[in-house]
Design a protein around this ligand. Structure first.
Ligand SMILES: NC(=O)C1=CN([C@@H]2O[C@H](COP(=O)(O)OP(=O)(O)OC[C@H]3O[C@@H](n4cnc5c(N)ncnc54)[C@H](OP(=O)(O)O)[C@@H]3O)[C@@H](O)[C@H]2O)C=CC1
Ligand SMILES: O=CCCC(=O)O
Length: 299
């Protein structure tokens, strides 16, 4: 199997919290991987594991059959794909581009069009699952776009993830991801309120987490993040700035179809407040600090 995988040369653009472990899993599985990152030093550990390095997205797509991109937001995803020395300048017919970043529908369609104009194939494949699932190869891929590329990419998605959904036309994967993260962001904001309320009425919030974890509203996120939130520490798995970006993009998606989303809109305001307190690079569970600050101002 490792020999078969090694016959397809893989490019990987973006060595952040998610991209690095995803690329690492491909290397460990025996794939021929070439990496690029805006901040070059983040490629060093991957090169140490056997990856090749190229100095631009263009050079990566020129030398690789299949290129994955894991970038911060719509702006960086578009820039890396279509900007100066971007992926479109190296890619060509017979190759594929798989964007696993979380972006909005319009940005994904724009990148798809630019890639497909070169004759190459495009797949969007944003992921559910955070740093640990990325390290463990347990991500969930929400794919849409060219079916032949989905089939070609499938063995590699299976190395990085535990499941994959093919959702049809480009935009459907992006939309699914935004809906999922809109729910998650609202759940976390509500959980933060619950922790603070339990403390304020004299309950032990650790017991609250235990009660929640045994009931119908249990979600792994609560027992994973709750204990550190109670200690006011937020080790970054999913940066708060990205959660707020996803709330913003989800609200835009909702507006585009006139769907009312008042809960998500309220939660988004909390993430904005947390960002204004300098918490952008903390884990998104740091949204609880926005409520604490409001509390102390009222007191
Ligand atoms: N962390 C998580 O739990 C999850 C994140 N996601 C999504 O995955 C994507 C990546 O997330 P994550 O790895 O956490 O984010 P990071 O912030 O850790 O990494 C972002 C990556 O984007 C690059 N980047 C940012 N701006 C630019 C730019 N202008 N030009 C070129 N490269 C740029 C960064 O490069 P540099 O190193 O130079 O800054 C880095 O490689 C996001 O869309 C996020 O929403 C999806 C699921 C889970
Ligand atoms: O986009 C981030 C998703 C994080 C998660 O699914 O746990």
């Amino acid at each position: 199997m490792a020999d078969e995988l090694g016959t397809v040369s893989i490019g990987f653009l973006g060595m952040g919290i998610m991209g690095s472990p995803m690329a690492q899993n491909l290397i460990k599985a025996g794939c021929d991987v070439t990496v690029w990152n805006r901040t070059k030093s983040k490629c060093d550990p991957l090169v140490g594991l056997g990856a090749k390095y190229k100095s631009s997205p263009e050079e990566v797509t020129a030398t690789c059959d299949l290129t994955f991109a894991m970038l911060a937001d719509p702006e960086s995803a578009i820039d890396v794909a279509c900007g100066k020395n971007g992926a479109i300048f190296g890619i060509s017919s017979g190759k594929g581009y798989v964007d696993v970043s979380t972006v909005d529908v319009a940005s994904s369609i724009l990148i798809s069009k630019q890639i497909k104009d070169t004759g190459a194939l495009f797949l969007e494949a944003p992921v559910s699952g955070s740093k640990k699932p990325a390290e463990d190869g347990q991500l969930i891929f929400l794919t849409a776009g060219d079916k032949p590329l989905y089939e070609k990419a499938a063995p590699f998605l299976d190395i990085m993830g535990k499941s994959k959904f093919y959702l049809g036309e480009v935009g459907n994967g992006a939309a699914m991801k935004l809906v999922v993260n809109m729910i998650m962001g609202s759940m976390m904001a509500s959980f933060a309120e619950g922790i603070l309320l339990s403390q304020k009425v004299g309950l032990d919030p650790n017991v609250l987490v235990e009660v929640v974890s045994q009931g119908a509203i249990n979600a792994p996120m609560y027992s994973l993040k709750g204990p550190s939130m109670i200690k006011s520490v937020y080790p970054t798995a999913f940066p708060l700035k990205h959660q707020q970006k996803d709330m913003r993009l989800a609200l835009g998606l909702a507006e585009s179809v006139s769907q009312s989303t008042p809960i998500a809109a309220a939660a988004n305001e909390l993430y904005k407040v947390a960002k204004s307190y300098g918490l952008s690079d903390e884990d998104f569970s740091a949204v609880i600090e926005a409520l604490k600050a409001a509390k102390s101002r009222e007191a």
